[in-house]
Design a protein around this ligand. Structure first.
Ligand code: G1P
Ligand code: ZN
Length: 563
């Protein structure tokens, strides 16, 4: 079928300043006239430049509301811009880690991911368009800045409005657009992803653990896909490959509004999983976010594994995974607010450990240059250099590999780890949807506080505890590979015993401002390992709230989410 494209005159728009990952707003913004078209054109032009004509790209998303309409617009705009081939997700569903896997496997020039990650979906909720580059990872700041700049200059976009594609049918469809061939191939990313996981992990060992082969007690798991994109991946891996009963895989139908749930795997928004695990019938529980890159791990009786501890435990046990037996363990990394538990493992093993700003894009260069095998963030993100995104299901399979090897429960593994390394007590307070001006004012005050060097050496007390300020700064990172500098990545107040208070504003929220307050304290006394982090960290929490005047300035008495 011969088709022609057209050029539509359009007005500039404020596409959105780049945040920590991807770009997202409420659906109603994307539905404004030409907003999506403008955004896609800016993304393609800014990210690919001369390489756009003749390029191969992938498109997929987490299945949220507006994803199918946006997919069709992207297909039409790519066709008009001379793209040669698009790999489109079957029914538009492709998890963020699977997109990364597909980019790398089929060597595409990049991919567009339609997701707002862990944010709610539906007609009145969030939508997002994210761009990943040819290494499979999120676009670095240089690219997202270029996209943003272009949104302020755009005057027209190209589209092929008569082109339609049925994305529920697998296979290739060919079109002639303005005399060139444009191929759309609808692919099943679940098979590609599962095939890769089978190369990475020892599925027989995991199956043995779950089914209790060799006279062992079976491990009863509960996997919650939160009605996000992970349903089909969970079903294929757990039910088909590992023989888990369907009743142990819940919320596995992707829904456009995630069934009204907030698809963020934490103790608040995945409370269902926590409640089920508390009953003691399952030895392992896991949940994912909307696009499948985040994970939460629970043990029996809802024993919570903090993402920071999860990273440290995996770091200590990577050798039980066939992939790392082949590649060797290169180095580790964590985002700055993530606890220092992994640093202790790196230290013991004599490996490099990098501290990068918040956002997965900062791990990419380290992986590409062969210096990083495993990394994580306190925000329920864990992953490795098998792809360039964090990977929820990979983390779950990694944990099951560790349990299979150690023949211990989740809690036993964690307690053994603390015994060996001490415990980094950790908590994060999120104050979501604050008014923007007070939140900015609070951060400005904190900036003044850390700029005053006379605060160094000061003693701060709360209850019985007194802490001495050793270092105050706004975290800055120089990428060891390309020397790019990212400054003002979070206010840090670091005490002489290595306890830390960190404040930053979220870059992923879609309305108002979200303040994140991170508190960490280290304990080597075994007698204290069973105490609750909220009790142990109470004095530091009070000090943080006092220094920042958070309650007074924002009017918020309590956080929305405590992790
Ligand atoms: C949040 C997390 C961060 C993560 C990002 C994308 O960003 O804190 O670790 O990389 O989501 O999943 P934030 O909202 O804090 O900017
Ligand atoms: Zn996500």
């Amino acid at each position: 079928m011969a088709l022609t494209s057209k050029i539509v005159q359009t007005k500039t728009f404020d596409g959105q300043k780049p945040g920590t990952s991807g770009l997202r707003k409420a659906v109603k913004v994307y539905k404004e006239e030409n907003y999506t078209e403008n955004f896609v054109q800016c993304t393609l032009t800014a990210a690919l430049g001369d390489k756009l004509t003749g390029s191969t790209l992938a498109v997929g998303g987490d299945g949220r509301y507006f994803g199918k309409e946006a997919t069709l617009k992207i297909i039409q705009i790519c066709a008009a811009n001379g793209v040669s081939k698009l790999l489109v997700a079957h029914n538009g569903l492709m998890s963020t880690p699977a997109v990364s896997c597909v980019i790398r496997k089929y060597k595409t020039d990049g991919a567009i991911i339609l997701t707002a990650s862990h944010n709610p979906g539906g007609p009145d909720a969030d939508f997002g368009i994210k761009y990943n580059i040819a290494n499979g990872g999120p676009a670095p700041e240089a690219v997202t800045n270029a996209i943003y700049d272009m949104t302020k200059k755009i005057s027209s976009y190209k589209i092929c409005p008569d082109l339609t594609v049925d994305i529920s049918k697998l296979g290739k469809q060919e079109f002639q657009v303005d005399g060139h061939t444009f191929i759309v191939e609808v692919i099943d990313s679940v098979s590609d992803y599962v095939a890769y996981m089978k190369e990475i992990f020892d599925f027989d060992a995991i199956k043995g653990l779950l089914q209790g082969l060799g006279g062992k007690q079976p491990l009863n798991v509960l996997i919650n896909a939160m009605h996000g994109v992970m349903g089909p991946y969970v079903k294929k891996i757990f039910q088909e490959e590992l023989g888990t009963p369907a009743s142990n895989c819940v919320n596995c139908e992707p829904l456009e509004d995630f069934g009204g749930l907030h698809p963020d795997p934490n103790l608040t928004y995945a409370a269902d999983l926590v409640e089920e695990l508390k009953k003691g019938q399952h030895g392992f529980g896991a949940a994912f976010d909307g696009d499948g890159d985040r994970n939460m791990i629970l043990g029996q009786n809802a024993f919570f594994v903090t993402p920071s501890d999860s990273l440290a435990v995996l770091a200590d046990n990577l050798e039980c995974i066939p992939y790392f037996q082949k590649t060797g363990v290169k180095g580790y990394a964590r985002s700055m607010p993530t606890s220092g538990a992994v640093d202790r493992v790196a230290n013991k093993k004599g490996k490099e450990c990098f501290e990068v700003p918040t956002g997965w894009k900062f791990f990419g260069n380290l992986m590409d240059s062969g210096r990083l095998s495993l990394c994580g963030e306190e925000s329920f993100g864990t992953g490795s250099d098998h792809i360039r995104e964090k990977d929820g299901l990979w983390a779950v399979l990694a944990w099951l590999s560790v349990l299979a090897r150690k023949q211990q429960s989740v809690e036993e593994v964690i307690r053994e780890h603390w015994k060996l390394y001490g415990r980094n007590f950790y908590t994060r307070y999120d104050y979501e949807n604050c008014e923007t001006d007070p939140a900015n004012k609070m951060m400005a005050n904190l900036n003044n506080y850390i700029s005053d060097s006379s605060n160094i050496g000061q003693l701060l007390s709360s209850g019985e505890k007194t802490y001495k300020i050793a270092k105050i700064d706004n975290f800055s990172y120089t990428d060891p590979v390309d020397a790019s500098v990212s400054s003002k990545q979070g206010i840090r107040i670091i005490f002489s015993d290595d306890s830390r208070i960190i404040f930053r504003l979220s870059g992923t929220g879609s309305s108002g401002a979200t303040i994140r307050m991170y508190i960490e304290g280290y304990e080597s006394d075994e007698q204290k390992f069973s105490l609750s982090p909220q009790d142990v960290l109470k004095p530091l929490i009070e000090i943080a709230l006092t220094i920042s005047q958070l309650r007074e300035i924002t009017g918020r008495k309590e956080p929305t989410v405590i992790t």
